[in-house]
Design a protein around this ligand. Structure first.
Ligand code: B3K
Ligand code: ZN
Length: 865
């Protein structure tokens, strides 16, 4: 690894490209020992930009030949640039380079995985394939010709349509693909491998037929139908909701086991992590099935939001990601269960994005600078970005939003644009003024909104006074925050006419409700209408009322979370002070009522409502985190509920036993979620009988959801017991050949509550099931351990040292994955000084490592800074 002085790139420095590339013809000669890439680029000067030399991007390329208009020209080369001066206005540039995909452990560019060769070009992987203007505002029409050994790589794919193919000498063959759509280089893809294929078709609303294909490793075809159905459903949904039809003749998905992230929206040739394609009821959980729906839809939706209209530069990433996440969330909500979908989105936002926004990597949804763009594929750009899009829809309504989308495509189809362009289209279509709202794109940090309620019996008015602050923002100017509210009477009735969306535009602002007869209970931020932390001084009685009566399921759930958070945080303080926690009977009563009303309220909702807030979310509310006390407090509340409601949990567990064959439907998934939640609570009692029950659940399960739920319960048993090891062995014995199930086995152990978890994880790094070169394995074993709040933040610093070692193992091999591991340290400053000293030591050790990759360096420098 070369040591580089990392350079910061700034949004304000953007300039248009000096050259444009109209067409790109690529030829890949794939051979053992290396691939030769010949590129023919039809280029011209950009008349809008002053004349200057051509500077192409490259990374780990061995240059064999460079010609302009078929003549050798002088050029100068560095590790990352190739410069040619004195070019005519219009010319053909041909380059030939040699690359070594077999040695490409970064999984960026062209690389080898078990069944063949695959590409990943976003954000800047194309420059690892050939010399190019590797930036999203250079859009070109591509052809790609692939040559490879026919027996080893029978399937040869690239973007677009197959136009010709044939055999060659020495058992080789070739195929040529042409993509009719202009695209930036990051959407280029090719695949050469031995793969099975599931084919189907989709008829678009206008009557075109699209050929669909899902390619997977041999033997896995029976795990593809769910993804195929998800693809067809998303195609239909996008036509119905947004009037967007598929523009392609061929839409292909290829699944690969070695992949840095979830999936990639390459034009017409999506490449997916197997995790988001393969599913069968015995190997995939309900959550897996739902995630596949969402990710398949997400990548498909990118075909319009991302591919047809792309980003001008990488700072605009949220233009396509925030919008596409919003679209996949809406699809998921329509397909499954809108109530619980929203709850899970917010749970995820609070567990990952809020801590990110409060930590050293905080950035606006449109960052203003970066060192390594791969570090900014974050929950802020994605999930907070989706919340910002959702707020736009809340402000202008669904129809206004749809009109804005139509206007966006009318104006920008085929272009590379900015977030301003998107918002301008929304403004033009709706007449809404988004000037102040743009702060959401430019400021980091989670705004806090403090609300006071004042009832005046004489004037029969109720006044809500809201104050917004954001200590992370660069100035104190307020933003526009839509706050959906309703008022409830003390009998639980919603007061007619009080449902509104408040537009909080000032730092402090009051909103008056008239004709209010008695002090109401306000329900604030309904459906989580803005990504903020909202404080209101609720009494437990008010929250209990909202939990029971609020008709907005999100806010009913939220009331329960507020109740539970207060109890756990108070108990944490008590435990830290050596006292026993106190649990009010009213909370147990509220939980009992939830269990009793599951039929009316829906099993899925009740399961969410009885899931206590997670430790990392709770930790955000603490000034100094005591991870041991927090862990003990949360588990003590679980155990208390289990003791008080043992009968109810057992009865419901029995009542919810499956009555029909497994289907990944939301109705069945809700029942399983609640039944498995009951099992989890019952297991808190940890008696011989509860262990037997968990073992029986494990062995009788005919699907992965139930089997894995039982395993997760068993791996948390602290006392040594034969059941835990027996279940782990049985699970591994049965599933050792299913890579994705092995990931679950690793993750169950790395997320265990057991005090010896680090020892187990360390041992597992030497297990044949683990492979540090495979991102899924690293995420399941190492990163999941880093998210295990109590074990990663062990008082002796052993968790920190372990993760630091793994970062150093990986930083050169796969900087993107190593850098994600480094993010485990984001919240180190929230812990006590002794822990901080260990964390600092670990971070400094990583930072001072000679030749540290730029990706990791950016993260650890910011963490230490
Ligand atoms: N656009 C890709 C992410 C690429 C990540 C590069 N480090 C997947 C997605 O958001 O759909
Ligand atoms: Zn995306």
């Amino acid at each position: 690894m070369k040591t580089t002085t990392p350079q910061t790139v700034y949004l304000k420095d953007y300039t248009a490209p000096a050259y444009l590339i109209d067409t790109v013809d690529l030829d890949f000669n794939i051979e053992t020992g290396g691939t030769t890439v010949s590129a023919t680029l039809a280029m011209r000067r950009n008349p809008a930009v002053p004349a200057q030399p051509l500077v192409l991007d490259g990374d780990e390329l061995k240059t064999l030949n460079v010609t302009v208009n078929r003549k050798k020209v002088p050029f100068s080369e560095t590790a990352s640039t190739l410069t040619i001066a004195d070019l005519p206005d219009v010319f053909t540039l041909e380059t030939v380079v040699r690359i070594d995909p077999d040695k490409n452990t970064r999984l960026s560019g062209l690389y080898r995985s078990a069944d063949g060769y695959f590409t990943q070009c976003e954000a800047q992987g194309f420059r690892r394939i050939t010399w190019f203007l590797d930036r999203p505002d250079v859009m070109s029409t591509y052809t790609a010709t692939l040559h490879a050994d026919k027996a080893t790589y029978p399937v040869l794919l690239a973007n677009g349509n197959p136009v010709a193919a044939g055999d060659e000498a020495d058992g080789r063959h070739w195929a040529k693909w042409a993509d009719p759509f202009k695209k930036p280089a990051y959407l280029f893809a090719l695949v050469a491998g031995k793969l099975d294929v599931l084919k189907d078709t989709f008829q678009t609303a206008s009557g075109r037929s699209v050929q669909l294909a899902i390619y997977v490793e041999p033997g896995k075809l029976d795990q593809c139908p769910h993804a195929m159905a998800a693809l067809q459903k998303s195609m239909k949904w996008d036509e119905e909701r947004f009037g967007l039809e598929c523009d392609l003749d061929h839409y292909m998905i290829v699944a690969v086991g070695d992949f840095n992230m979830g999936a990639m929206e390459n034009k017409g040739l999506n490449i997916f992590n197997t995790k988001y394609v393969l599913a069968r009821s015995d190997v995939a959980t309900d959550v897996d099935f739902e995630n596949i729906d969402r990710v398949v839809a997400h990548e498909y939706f990118h075909n319009w939001t991302g591919n047809r209209v792309t980003c001008r530069d990488w700072f605009q990433l949220s233009l396509k990601e925030g919008l596409t996440v919003f679209r996949d969330q809406e699809f998921g909500a329509d397909l499954h269960n809108r109530q619980t979908a929203r709850i899970r989105e917010v749970r995820g936002l609070r567990a990952a994005q809020f801590p990110e926004d409060a930590g050293p990597m905080a950035h606006p949804i449109r960052p203003s600078s970066f060192v390594e763009i791969n570090n900014f594929y974050t929950s802020t750009v994605y999930e907070k970005g989706a919340e910002v899009i959702r707020m736009i829809q809340t402000l202008i309504g669904r129809d206004g939003f749809r009109a804005g989308m139509d206007e966006y495509f009318r104006r920008h189809d085929g272009q590379a644009v900015t977030c301003e362009d998107f918002v301008a289209a929304m403004a033009a279509a709706s007449g809404f003024d988004f000037t102040q709202f743009m702060r959401w794109y430019n400021q980091p940090g989670t705004p806090h909104v403090t609300v006071d309620g004042f009832f005046d019996g004489e004037s029969k008015t109720y006044t809500l006074t809201c104050t917004q602050t954001n200590p992370r923002a660069s100035d104190e100017a307020p933003t526009l925050i839509p706050i959906r509210v309703a008022l409830f009477a003390d009998n639980g009735d919603l007061l007619p006419g009080t449902e509104r969306t408040l537009h909080l535009t000032a730092t402090t602002q009051s909103f008056v409700f008239n004709d209010i007869a008695a002090e109401p209970v306000p329900s604030l931020l309904r459906d989580f209408s803005a990504p903020v932390v909202l404080d209101f001084d609720y009494t437990p009685e008010q929250l209990t009322l909202l939990l029971a009566h609020e008709s907005d399921p999100f806010n009913a759930w939220e009331a329960g979370q507020r109740l539970a958070s207060t109890l756990i945080l108070d108990a944490t303080a008590a435990i830290a002070a050596g006292q026993a926690p106190v649990w009010p009977a009213s909370f147990v009563d509220a939980a009992r009522r939830l269990l009793q009303t599951q039929a009316e309220r829906g099993a899925a909702f009740v399961a969410e409502a009885l899931t206590l807030p997670g430790e990392s979310t709770l930790a955000e509310a603490m000034a100094i985190v005591d991870p041991d006390a927090l862990h003990a407090a949360r588990n003590a509340l679980r155990k208390h509920l289990a003791e008080q409601l043992e009968g109810e949990f057992s009865d419901l567990y029995a009542a919810l036993a499956p009555t029909a064959a497994y289907a990944p439907s939301s109705e069945q998934a809700g029942r399983r979620a609640l039944r498995n939640l009951c099992l989890g609570y019952i297991a808190e009692l940890d008696t011989a009988a509860t262990r037997r029950l968990a073992m029986q659940h494990f062995h009788q399960a005919d699907n992965m959801t139930d089997q894995f739920a039982a395993l997760s319960v068993l791996v948390n048993i602290i006392d040594d017991c034969p059941e835990r090891l027996a279940a782990l062995d049985a699970f591994y014995g049965r599933w050792q050949h299913e890579a994705l199930v092995v990931d679950k086995w690793l993750q169950a152990q790395s997320t265990s509550r057991r005090p010896d978890t680090l020892r187990t994880v360390t041992t597992l790094t030497a297990h044949p099931a683990f492979d540090i070169g495979n991102p899924n394995k690293v995420y399941a074993l190492i990163r999941a351990f880093g998210a295990n709040l109590v074990r990663f933040n062990a008082a002796d610093g052993s968790g920190y040292a372990f993760i630091a070692d793994r970062i150093l193992d990986l930083h050169d091999k796969n900087p993107q994955v190593a850098s994600r591991l480094a993010r485990c340290f984001d919240r180190w400053k929230k812990f006590d000084t002794a822990r901080q000293a260990y964390a600092r030591q670990a971070l400094e050790r990583v930072r001072d490592h000679a030749g540290l990759s730029r990706d990791v360096l950016e993260v650890v420098t910011r963490a230490l800074g």
